[in-house]
Ligand binder design. Structure first.
Ligand SMILES: [Zn+2]
Length: 340
């Protein structure tokens, strides 16, 4: 692992590429506002063009930098097929890895976007001092990942850790996956907006109605900002999302008994609001959490070193992610380093 590597974050709206050295230093970052709607051939063509340029620029005597790619969807590890990529219309059941390899003329390493984000947090973020962790990524949907011994736990076919599709409300809202009451339907950015609309339909909610009528419209961020400023209706919505998230985390704490659970994605910026209901539910629903909870739970991120040291090595730590939107980019680069 002496060579730098290239991480690609293939998002639904933009495509980012980073060159990272083995010490985790960012050497170069490129953001292509690739219109994924123009089709996969166009997006992959632009990506390969840029990756080839960076590979030439950063190659050394050892080799060209290896390439890791984070993809939003479930990758069948046996066949390389991309499944359930709702944010990349037209990409489902597509051999994405094979196509990129054709474009680059050499192998690439592929992972689900939640998995690379977890690898990034494990390498340089909140989990850098533990070997085993799980991550919940709260974005448009809810992603999940399990890291054991520093490596992604794939399960039999690569579908392990789909935390967003665990049932938290039997018979609840219909999910894009075909099931009902999935965590994604209650704790994602999309879910927070839907819960806010439900609150507005159920009775007067003037703060939410004002936000909905503004130029920016109703967003998860707007709901969280209102809640932070004391709006009762918005607080009830965020509290509900937090309680469902808490149930989901409680199930994983009870099942996996890992030392750390990291909460990332855009919605995790509201961790100050989500944490109180999350810890309440953890205490209530997980005997494993109750038996291993730290003296002070992680409402504020204090850095992994401080967490482990001050809370003890046999405590269950639940903390917000530290790398923000770059976790997947660093994780994809790390994936390439570990795999090459
Ligand atoms: Zn689902």
């Amino acid at each position: 692992m002496t060579n730098s590597s290239i991480g690609v974050d293939l998002g639904g709206t933009n495509l980012r590429i980073a060159v990272v050295d083995p010490g985790g230093r960012l050497l170069e970052k490129v953001s292509l506002d690739t219109d994924v709607a123009r089709g996969k051939d166009y997006a992959i063509g632009r990506m390969c063009e840029e990756v080839r340029r960076l590979q030439q620029k950063y190659q050394n005597a050892a080799a060209l930098p290896a390439v890791g790619v984070g993809v939003p969807g479930i990758i069948d590890m046996r066949t390389g097929l991309l499944r359930g990529a709702e944010n990349l219309p037209g990409w489902t059941d597509f051999h994405v890895g094979e196509e990129i390899e054709k474009g680059l003329g050499r192998p690439v390493f592929l992972e689900n976007d939640a998995n690379v984000a977890a690898l990034g947090e494990k390498w340089l973020g909140a989990s850098r001092e533990v070997d085993d962790m799980a991550m919940f990524t709260l974005g448009t949907g809810v992603g999940g990942a399990i890291v054991l011994g520093g490596r992604i736990w794939h399960g039999m076919t690569g579908m392990a850790g789909e935390f967003g599709h665990m049932t938290v409300e039997p018979g609840g809202v219909l999910c894009t996956c075909g099931s009902q009451g999935c965590l994604e339907m209650y704790a994602s950015a999309t879910a927070i907006v839907r819960l806010a609309r439900e609150a507005m339909a159920a009775g007067p909610a003037p703060g939410l109605a004002r936000a909905a009528g503004s130029d920016q419209g109703l967003s998860a961020k707007a709901v969280c900002d209102l809640a932070r400023n004391g709006d009762e209706d918005a607080s009830a919505v965020v509290g509900r999302a937090g309680r469902y998230l808490g149930i989901g985390i409680a199930n994983m704490v009870t099942t996996l008994n890992l030392p750390m659970y990291v909460i990332g994605g855009g919605v995790s910026r509201a961790w100050d609001l989500l944490a109180p209901p999350v810890f309440e539910q953890l205490q209530h629903y997980s005997l494993v959490y109750a038996a291993t909870k730290p003296a002070s739970p992680g409402i504020k991120s204090t850095g992994a070193g401080a967490n482990i040291e001050s809370r003890g090595p046999t405590k269950t730590i639940v903390v917000p992610a530290e790398l923000g939107g770059d976790a997947g980019l660093y994780g994809a680069a790390r994936l390439a380093m570990m795999s090459a």
